[in-house]
Design a protein around this ligand. Sequence first.
Ligand code: FES
Length: 102
Amino acid sequence: MNEPEIELGPLDAYMDLPAEVTIEDTPYWLVRTSEGRFRLLLALCPHAGGDIRPMNDVLFCPLHFWTFHAESGVCLNDPSERLMQRNVTVKEGRLYAVGDPY
Ligand code: FES
């Protein structure tokens, strides 16, 4: 069965990362891994729902100051926590979110 895809737009629109992306009213940060793959990280904190934002080279929650790895979304304060993520694929120069958040 094919996973649902949501088009995010042309690759050129995402030269500056992390980039804010909203899918079905849910905010994400689009990031790129060191292997060159794109990934969407949920911009809501798993602790108590704070708004995640980039700060220096990490993602940061201003509510209680948890920080997250900017590629994997793993919490640097408590590695058993992480930002939910969605897979992203590139086809013919356009980005697509694939499948559900996990
Ligand atoms: S809500 Fe993000 S650290 Fe508490």
